[in-house]
Design a protein around this ligand. Structure first.
Ligand SMILES: Nc1ncnc2c1ncn2[C@@H]1O[C@H](COP(=O)(O)OP(=O)(O)OP(=O)(O)O)[C@@H](O)[C@H]1O
Ligand SMILES: [Mg+2]
Length: 450
């Protein structure tokens, strides 16, 4: 902007300056012309009356010579009196006027514009030479210096003004940039300065700060997750190590098959944990899933048939409820809900599958202690186990519901805990898939059976 303003100001000043110079040049030239005409008129009277010699009064810088038909100077202005003719050229042919610039004319100094006038008289052609200072192309030296100075001043003032205004406007941007440069993962709590003005830059700073706040939240969540995951992996490893060390210390007193079982159990737990972590990482990365229309009721039935139940299971399954989903992942989700329900139920769990408008709904309810209202969102956080669960069962890592909710979400659905008369009630909602009307058959895939 500063550069453009500078160029623009210089250009406008130059155009105005050139117009002034052209105007002054025109006026000066016009004035000279008038002087010449006046001088010629004066001389014409004298020539017609032959009133020579006369005393020509000097008129500024003007030098005049009158030559008779024999080329003799009959009269001249004082500065050229007694000198030979100042020029030798004559208007040619029918022309009465000729003009040349001579540097200098004979008997004078400096360059002069010399005008020669031819006057027809009965005794021959008389010539009047009039020499005037040359009007330079720039008309007037001091005027040009003045114009250049004014132009430079105006250009400099405008450029400086714009430079300062732009600098003032962009200073907050520079402050934001400097702060952004400083922010790293270790001091992600820092925020960029928000200027007082609520203009675009203010809005930008606010927006940058809310982005930083979101990044900070995501980053601390990631940090918590990493440390929780490491902690969870370390516990079974420590158990394996302690058991092996003790066994090796007293090899003869060790029940090796029992140690083998314990190590295997700890390894299983590790394996489950690592599988869960990998699945979460894949879900976080938002990997694309195959989504064929599948019979949800069938999947639930298969999952229930596969298991041996410690409590009574009430099935309430509406046949033929379809949805698009990845079978392995939804089975994983259902398995976790049923696992949890069985673990917390007193005597009974109820599984319901139903179509509800454009939603396919699965409900898993148990008759256990339930989940307090304030913990209904918390249980979906990674590695969260409620205290009661920790007491009852130290096996779970607290990833099951986090994974289940993420699976529901990548399928465009929801997984929530809702009110129930007794125990916990988990509700999974997925977008329902309706078979296309018969006229449009062949446009979509046929539903898969479980
Ligand atoms: N049906 C339920 N009734 C009461 N509390 C429940 C129920 N389901 C889950 N919870 C609570 O939610 C917590 C988190 O469940 P989640 O399935 O995520 O973890 P987990 O079952 O403890 O471990 P994992 O499933 O990873 O083996 C549980 O520890 C438990 O406290
Ligand atoms: Mg679980």
């Amino acid at each position: 902007m500063t550069l453009v303003t500078g160029i623009f100001a210089a250009l406008v000043c130059t155009i105005i300056g050139v117009l002034v110079v052209v105007d002054v040049h025109y006026r000066e030239t016009h004035d000279r012309q008038r002087l010449v005409t006046e001088a010629v008129d004066r001389m014409r009277n004298h020539i017609e009356q032959r009133s020579f010699p006369i005393k020509l009064a000097p008129n500024g810088d003007e030098a005049i010579q009158v030559l008779n038909p024999r080329g003799q100077v009959v009269t001249a202005t004082p500065q050229i009196t007694g000198k030979p003719p100042m020029a030798a050229f004559q208007p040619t042919g029918d022309r009465v006027r000729a003009e040349r610039t001579l540097c200098p004319p004979i008997g004078l100094r400096d360059c002069r514009t010399v005008v020669a006038y031819k006057m027809y008289q009965p005794d021959g052609n008389w010539t009047v030479y009039i020499a005037l200072p040359v009007v330079p192309w720039y008309a007037d030296g001091p005027l040009v210096i003045f114009l250049v100075a004014v132009a430079l001043l105006i250009t400099a003032m405008m450029t400086m003004g714009v430079y300062r205004a732009v600098g003032r406007t962009l200073a907050p941007v520079e402050a934001i940039r400097a702060e952004m440069d400083e922010i790293t993962a270790s001091d992600i709590h820092r925020r960029v300065p928000v200027p007082g003005s609520q203009d675009e830059i203010g809005v930008l700073a606010t927006s940058v700060n809310s982005t930083l706040a979101r990044l900070e939240a995501a980053y601390s969540q990631l940090r918590r997750f990493t440390s929780d995951a490491s902690h969870e992996v370390r516990s079974p490893l420590t158990a394996i190590r302690a058991q092996m060390e003790e066994a090796l210390m007293y090899p003869d007193d060790t029940d090796w098959p029992q140690i083998g079982q314990a190590v295997l159990a700890a390894t299983d737990r590790l394996q489950e944990l690592v599988t869960d972590l990998l699945l979460l990482a894949r879900l976080d990365a938002g990997a694309a899933l195959p989504r064929d229309p599948t019979d949800l009721t069938g999947i639930v039935e298969t999952e229930l048939n596969r298991r041996t139940h410690a409590v009574e299971v009430v099935r309430n399954l509406q046949p033929g409820v379809l949805a698009r989903f990845d079978r392995t992942q939804i089975t994983r989700l259902l398995s976790n809900l049923v696992d949890n329900a069985e673990r917390h139920a007193t005597s009974q769990i109820t599984i319901t599958v139903r179509g509800d408008g454009c939603e396919a709904v699965v409900e898993v309810t148990d008759d256990g202690a339930g989940i307090p209202a304030e913990a209904r969102e918390v249980v979906f956080t990674r590695f969260v186990r409620l205290d009661t669960a920790r007491d009852r069962d130290a096996g779970g890592s607290g990833l099951g519901l986090a994974i289940a909710r993420q699976i529901a979400e990548v399928h465009g659905g929801t997984l929530t805990v809702e009110d129930s008369e007794r125990g916990a009630r988990f509700i999974l909602r997925l977008p329902r898939w309706e078979p296309p009307p018969p006229s449009a058959t062949g446009t979509d895939t046929a539903p898969q059976s479980p």
